[in-house]
Write a protein that binds this ligand. Structure first.
Ligand code: GUN
Length: 278
């Protein structure tokens, strides 16, 4: 079998076009607003934040950028979030992670009003997601579900195996697959005989952050393979999946780059409009 490639770049561009069309009909005062808080000088975070700002401009979302120094006290971050929570112009608030050492990430995230938590990281939204209630869904996992749905596969009842248990990807995507009636297994670094478990996956999500960790023998023939890895090795971007080997067995596969990556920001924009009631 040679897998069909799921073109995340194209799907993300279509989503962004659709959102732009929705926003273009709005008056200035009705446009959605996204506040992005970047603390410190992590170079990767700076790149991500610029990409988010650019997407806002392209779609017509008002962006409110707040760049704080590496040594900003936690109280200053919390005071800023408090102001953003009360601003009528701001519908979504995103604090770029990771935060510098010494800042309690949990305290910062829980300070965001759950109604403006565009990342879906607030414990209230995490609880809603796991209890099957309407929730703001984290961007990368929601983007992954959009990619899976683009295959038009009926996923109800399928075995889904998620490799990686992070709060940002592994756990929320597992909750979303469960909501869609998949039988879900989460694997991680301590899982015994991970290859054997991975082989069960009609849907296999790799989110471990180790280049080419998923080899061809871990793929069930006909599986949908979603590679969330973004590993920089020798200047080259590599996923968590050995693409060539996996593509020989899978029915669908996402490339790196151009698969999951572009979906995160497109979904962030979807969430911003949703929180603005658009
Ligand atoms: N850092 C890495 N991924 C994310 C994300 O999805 N949201 C935020 N806020 N920070 C991140």
């Amino acid at each position: 079998m040679t897998a069909r490639i799921i073109d995340g770049k194209k799907i993300a561009a279509e989503i962004r076009e659709g959102l732009k069309a929705k926003v273009s009909g709005l008056s200035e005062k009705d446009r959605p607003g996204l506040a992005v808080v970047l603390v410190g000088d992590d170079p990767a975070s700076a790149v991500y934040v610029r990409q988010k700002e650019k997407a806002c401009q392209e779609i017509g979302v008002k962006s409110f950028m707040h760049r704080l120094p590496q040594d900003a006290p936690q109280g200053e971050i919390l005071a800023l979030i408090d102001r953003l929570n009360r601003s009528d112009e701001v519908h979504g608030i995103l604090v770029q992670l990771p935060l510098p050492g010494g800042i309690e990430t949990r305290d910062v995230i829980t300070a965001i009003s759950p109604e403006k938590d565009v990342d879906g990281f607030h414990p209230v939204n995490i609880g809603s997601l796991w209890s099957g209630e309407d929730a703001v869904e984290p961007c990368t996992p929601k983007g992954i579900m959009t990619l899976i749905d683009s295959t038009e596969a009926e996923i109800k009842g399928l075995e889904a195996v998620v490799i990686g248990r992070s709060n940002i990807v592994g756990k929320p995507v597992a909750a979303m697959l469960l909501r869609r009636h998949c039988t879900v297994t989460i694997c991680h670094s301590r899982t015994k005989d991970l290859a054997k478990v991975a082989c069960r996956g009609d849907i296999l999500i790799a989110a471990i952050g180790r280049p080419n960790f998923v080899t061809g023998d871990m793929i069930k023939p006909g599986a949908i393979v979603i590679d969330v890895g973004i590993n920089r090795a020798g200047g080259k971007l590599t996923g968590d999946v050995d693409f060539e080997a996996a593509a020989r067995k899978a029915s669908f596969i996402t490339p790196v780059p151009g698969g999951v990556g572009p979906m995160t920001i497109a979904t962030l924009m979807q969430n911003t409009l949703k929180l603005a009631g658009i």
